[in-house]
Write a protein that binds this ligand. Structure first.
Ligand SMILES: *[C@@H]1O[C@H](CO)[C@@H](O)[C@H](O)[C@H]1NC(C)=O
Ligand SMILES: *[C@@H]1O[C@H](CO)[C@@H](O)[C@H](O)[C@H]1NC(C)=O
Ligand SMILES: *[C@@H]1O[C@H](CO)[C@@H](O)[C@H](O)[C@H]1NC(C)=O
Length: 631
């Protein structure tokens, strides 16, 4: 390197000992040397940059239960309760007075583990640990935070299969469901935070009015402290990582409460983030995972140390969280249920979009907050659509991707199991009721796997000739069930789509994009895709959330990121040594004259905001007169 410097300096320093006419006279040598020198600088710079930004590698063990060939005890009747307290399954000594939660694979009924549920004291301690770690973390630079994101992204891409299998084991989904709903979405969020997170979180200049031209107006997005995420079980990787990475990228600590149905996988996924933080030189206590029985959740939701709550789950529980949060006026983002419609306009090419609708309905066995639950189709297309669904649904294979078949290998499966069977009887009743009211049901029953007798499966179901008034077309099913509803006029389709308590996502299909968009604008919901399904969630620059009973607030996008910050308005002087605010004598306490002080202020209003130049001039005259009268 030093010889390069010497060579480059040579031609430039004319009076030095390197003043050599021969070398200087050759411009080619000069420029190529300059080029190599610049390149050298770039390499050093690049090396330096990478030293601070490249992904840090860290190792994490593959859990034995992530192997499809893994086996353990079968829990009989696991389906009767979502969180069991079978003390005979305890891994260690029974601790009297404590409660346990049992994890099992809903697609096979295999016991995965039994976990000690957090009591009030443990939850409080976890909040304190995160609070302590956050004091240091909030000082980190965006470069440091980006590095954590990059390391997580690299790890996730390299370990996709393990992550998918862990999610499958705990929820009974298929690897493809996991890839689309968990891995793809989480990667997209990590990448978005890396590339655009800082842009939305760094201090932002705002516009100024005429009177304040001598000031600079800024908004600062400061970390809140420790936030909470209370999340649902349907996507254990995504639902854990998404709130965690948003929280830590914006400088917060987080206590995540996972559902009692996915403790095993959530523990695994949260541990990875803690390990990554540690590998990057930060305190892993910044991120805490808790799980407990519902009556202990208030310890989290009413804690004065929790500065924001993101809740993803059901409407009744969301309401309780929102009420509990009023204790310390903690802001809440609620993502509740949905009954997402897909509107199919006249002359839509059904064959072209059928695959999209199938995925939209049966992705994750319908346990998808933005899953299509109603297809509202023009009457001229209804029969053909029903035929398509009948044909395709009959071919779907329900089963487990985490259990070798009696013949040896794992069989090909289209949809997995449900998280548990607690709702099966209720769902079957809704479907029978619809049948009595005139609907034709394809499927509609619990599915008994021929060899996985402890699996909790519901058959893929189509409710043909559904009416908007039927309960099955109003209630969120969160199951592999779709209602096909026919309409005659586009206005009716909009009314039907708007006609439920919910307003989360929606989609509109049709040959004319302008017409689709016109319909999309009429829908009471938080997100719409035209000629696509759920694609708004793959662009993390967009906010995610709903209206009506689907909740309020947004996660995702700048809206979601900034919701995790204290949005602080800051004003400073543009030329602090030259001009600063001063109170004119006429307004200074003690006020000497009511009329002059009033004339001055009213004149000022006229100068600044008078409609015509004449007004403004008059205001100026009044103002100056008042000042002079004051002297
Ligand atoms: C599981 O076992 C089967 C049969 O014993 C074998 O063919 C298969 O390769 C194993 N799968 C894995 C992932 O180890
Ligand atoms: C949606 O439809 C309902 C029922 O027809 C209507 O009251 C509501 O105003 C509509 N929403 C919008 C945004 O147009
Ligand atoms: C205040 O304004 C009024 C009306 O514009 C004017 O008549 C009066 O002389 C002013 N008084 C002083 C003290 O400036």
């Amino acid at each position: 390197m030093s010889s390069l410097v010497a060579l480059l300096l040579g031609p430039m320093s004319s009076s030095s000992q390197w003043d050599d006419d021969e070398e200087r006279s050759n411009p080619l040598v000069f420029w190529s040397l300059s080029f190599f020198f610049a390149w050298g600088i770039y390499l050093v710079f690049d090396r330096y940059q990478k030293l601070h930004t490249s992904a840090i590698k860290f190792k994490f063990q593959v859990p034995t239960a992530a192997d499809p060939n893994w086996s353990s005890l079968y829990i009989p009747n696991a389906h009767l309760e979502s969180h069991l307290e079978d003390r005979s399954l305890l891994p260690g000594r029974d601790m009297p007075g404590r409660r346990y939660i049992t994890a099992f694979d809903p697609s096979t009924g295999l016991h995965i583990g039994t976990f000690l549920a957090d009591a009030e004291q443990e939850i409080e301690e976890k909040i304190k640990w995160a609070t302590r770690a956050q004091r240091e973390w909030k000082q980190t630079t965006f470069t440091q935070r980006r590095r954590v994101m990059r390391s997580l992204l690299k790890w996730l891409v390299d370990n996709q299969e393990t992550c998918a299998n862990v999610a499958c084991r705990d929820t009974g989904k298929t690897q493809v469901d996991a890839a689309l709903g968990e891995i793809l979405t989480t990667c997209s969020k990590l990448e978005w935070l890396m590339h655009h997170g800082e842009e939305y979180l760094r201090p932002e200049r705002r516009k100024n009015n005429l009177a304040l031209t001598y000031k600079i107006a800024e908004v600062h997005y400061e970390p809140l402290g420790v936030v909470a995420g209370i999340v649902s079980w349907n996507y254990p990787l995504h639902n854990a990582w998404s709130p965690i990475i948003a929280a830590i990228f914006s400088g917060n600590g987080i206590v995540l409460k996972c559902s009692e149905k996915v403790i095993w996988s959530s523990t695994y996924f949260v541990n990875i983030i803690q390990t990554c933080l540690e590998a990057c030189g930060h305190d892993p206590n910044l991120v805490q995972l808790t799980y407990c029985y519902p009556d202990e959740v208030e310890t989290l939701t009413t804690s004065p140390l929790i500065k924001h709550i993101t809740f993803i789950g059901s409407e009744p529980v969301g309401r309780k969280v929102a009420i509990a949060a009023t204790k310390h006026l903690t802001p809440v983002t609620l993502e509740l249920g949905g009954k997402d419609p897909a509107i199919i306009l006249p002359q839509t090419d059904l064959e072209k979009w059928a695959s999209v609708w199938m995925r939209g309905v049966y992705q994750n066995a319908g346990q998808n907050c933005i899953g299509i639950e109603r297809i509202i189709v023009h009457s001229t297309l209804y029969d053909r659509l029903e035929e398509i669904f009948k044909e395709r649904v009959e071919k779907l294979r329900v089963g487990s991707v985490m259990a070798p078949s009696p013949d040896g290998p794992v069989q090909v499966v289209d949809t997995g199991s449900m998280i548990d069977s607690t709702r099966f009887r209720g769902m079957e009743k809704l479907l029978r009721d619809a049948e009595e009211e005139g609907a034709n049901i394809i499927g509609g029953k619990e599915y008994e796997s021929p060899w996985l007798e402890h699996g909790q499966y519901f058959g893929t179901t189509v409710v043909c000739n559904a009416e908007p008034s039927m309960q099955v077309a109003k209630e969120e099913m969160f199951a592999p069930v779709v209602c096909l509803i026919s309409y005659d006029e586009v206005e009716d389709a909009i009314d039907i789509a708007n006609g439920t308590r919910y307003g989360l996502g929606a989609s509109v299909f049709g040959p004319d994009q302008t017409q689709c968009l016109a319909v999309a604008k009429e829908l009471d919901c938080g997100m719409v895709a035209v000629n696509d399904f759920g694609v708004f969630y793959l662009n993390q620059d967009l906010p995610f959330g709903g209206t009506k009973a689907s909740g309020y607030g947004r996660f995702g996008g700048p809206e979601g990121l900034r919701a995790l910050t204290n949005v602080k308005a800051v004003m400073v002087d543009r030329w602090p040594n030259f001009i600063q605010t001063a109170i004119p004598r006429v307004l200074d306490y003690p006020i000497r004259s009511l009329t002059t002080s009033w004339n001055f202020t009213s004149g000022m209003v006229r100068v600044l905001y008078g409609d015509a130049w004449r007004d403004r001039f008059q205001g100026l005259v009044t103002l100056v007169r008042a000042m002079r009268a004051d002297d």
